[in-house]
Design a protein around this ligand. Structure first.
Ligand SMILES: C[S@@+](CC[C@H](N)C(=O)[O-])C[C@H]1O[C@@H](n2cnc3c(N)ncnc32)[C@H](O)[C@@H]1O
Length: 221
């Protein structure tokens, strides 16, 4: 019995974590989101360095999780406005805690909603970011077109992620990503995704020895 438990428990735990990163929920989900704030920090900062952020930019972070990216964007655009959006109530709650000061001073707003139907008018944002989230979106091509819709002409989309198909550690990710039903795109597929959605000046960047990708595109003027 003990032997079976030893075998089953780690599998249950791993499946639970996979579910939580897709849509964090409840008090434990909040802990997962707080851990992601720490775990994704270095990669996020590298990704944001690939984007020119004007100090008065109006920015949306889709799938904002625990809100650390929103806080970073608020620091990069000290005269701007930042909106974080996530479909998980747990993520929204933690994100609001992380950004409490900037919410109070009116520079940051955190909203609950899905990338599938962004609750914003056309041409609202100068920049849209999405960190470690696109793997889980319900319809990637349509969702990226939805991001294009809310960007101003000339605005920038930056998709930042910890893994892509064909990068280092391909064996592990090649098993894990299909298991958790996560989109696992190659470098070229990331570029095609943005180009086919209507973005121009599409480019991808990587860091030697890491599995990171930052795909950027501009909404035509
Ligand atoms: C792995 S977490 C990453 C969170 C954060 N961006 C970070 O880097 O720490 C993925 C986040 O995307 C959110 N998410 C997944 N699908 C979404 C969707 N369709 N619309 C909005 N948010 C979504 C999840 O709720 C979760 O908070």
């Amino acid at each position: 019995m003990l032997r079976i438990l030893r075998l089953v428990l780690p599998i249950v735990l791993i499946l639970w974590v996979f579910r939580q990163v897709r849509k964090p929920s409840g008090p434990l989900g909040r802990r997962v989101v707080q851990a992601m704030n720490l775990g994704h920090a270095t990669m996020t900062d590298w990704g944001l360095q690939q984007v020119m952020v004007p100090k008065n930019a109006v920015i949306l972070d889709v799938g904002c999780g625990g809100g650390r990216t929103v806080r970073r964007l608020a620091a990069l655009a000290p005269e701007g406005k930042i909106v974080g959006l996530d479909y998980s109530a747990a993520s929204v709650a933690v994100s609001r805690e992380t950004n409490v000061q900037d919410i109070e001073n009116g520079r940051v707003r955190i909203e609950q909603g899905s990338v599938a139907a962004l609750p914003f008018p056309d041409r609202t944002f100068d920049i849209v970011t999405a960190v470690e989230t696109h793997y889980y979106w319900p319809d990637l091509p349509a969702n990226v077109r939805e991001i294009l819709r809310v960007l101003k002409p000339g605005g920038t989309f930056a998709l930042i992620a910890e893994t892509y198909r064909g990068g280092p550690f391909r064996l592990v990710y090649g098993i894990v990503m299909p298991l958790i039903r996560a989109a696992f795109l190659s470098d070229a597929e990331h570029r095609d995704l943005l180009t086919q959605a209507g973005f121009t000046e599409v480019a991808t960047k990587h860091v030697s020895g890491k599995n990171w990708i930052c795909a950027t595109g501009r909404r035509p003027s």
